[in-house]
Design a binder for this molecule. Structure first.
Ligand SMILES: C[S@@+](CC[C@H](N)C(=O)[O-])C[C@H]1O[C@@H](n2cnc3c(N)ncnc32)[C@H](O)[C@@H]1O
Length: 207
């Protein structure tokens, strides 16, 4: 059982997680011309908070994650909401497993990139998973001092927007832009911090 499996059952109990997913969904809707024919992939979907917030504005969504526990909670929520025709879960690690056959119009990811060691490699996979024209939306932390996760975390301490934009461009994407979607309030070391959450949007252009 990984750390996220253990946290899955109570993940949605934190209202900040629900609120930030809604804020990111609204920012995606502001920056991307969404329509109800769009076939979408959420990578690192967890319990599906962002997918549920976006679902009324797009077509079908595949919720991909490496945590069986997170996906079990997402699956139960899908069944409870009778959304089986619109949402489905997929256990996959795009850097380890064979790519699925499906290709998508929109790929979005929230607070997952900082857990993935090889950013250029995952951006190449994101590019491959998209149809052209297609949209990539990455929501993640701005550079932080490590206090967001605390000691023992080996992932990225957020991202510099410009540096990430250059990596996204190197993967083949165009029209890259960024905006602040939310600020995550969190106690760290006895102090209340507000960690900005950016949304980077990029396009896979028709060739
Ligand atoms: C901080 S949680 C965010 C979950 C969800 N996006 C949200 O905002 O509520 C990070 C998620 O990324 C998933 N994850 C971590 N590494 C991953 C990888 N290599 N591929 C896919 N998902 C991964 C975890 O299982 C977890 O569900």
């Amino acid at each position: 059982m990984n750390d996220f499996d253990a946290r899955a059952r109570t993940w949605d109990d934190d209202p900040i997680r629900v609120e930030r997913a809604r804020a990111v969904a609204d920012t995606i809707a502001r920056l991307v011309p969404l329509d109800d024919m769009m076939y979408c992939l959420e990578y690192g979907a967890g319990t599906g908070l962002l997918s549920f917030a976006l679902q009324p504005r797009v077509g079908g969504i595949v919720l991909a994650d490496t945590s069986a526990g997170m996906l079990a909670v997402a699956d139960a929520k899908i069944a409870a909401a009778s959304l089986d025709e619109d949402l489905r879960v997929m256990k996959i690690d795009l850097l380890e497993d064979p790519l699925p056959e499906d290709r998508f119009n929109l790929l979005f990811t929230l607070l997952t990139l900082h857990h993935i060691p090889d950013i250029p490699a995952i951006l190449d996979k994101f590019y491959e998973m998209l149809i052209a024209p297609g949209w990539l939306c990455i929501a993640d932390l701005d550079l932080e001092d490590g206090s967001f996760h605390g000691e023992g975390f080996s992932g990225h301490r957020g991202f510099d927007r410009e540096a990430l934009g250059k990596l996204v461009e190197a993967a083949g994407f165009v029209n890259i832009r960024c905006d602040t979607a939310y600020e995550i309030p969190r106690m760290a070391g006895g102090v209340l911090h507000h960690y900005p959450l950016f949304l980077l949007v990029a396009e896979k252009a028709r060739r």
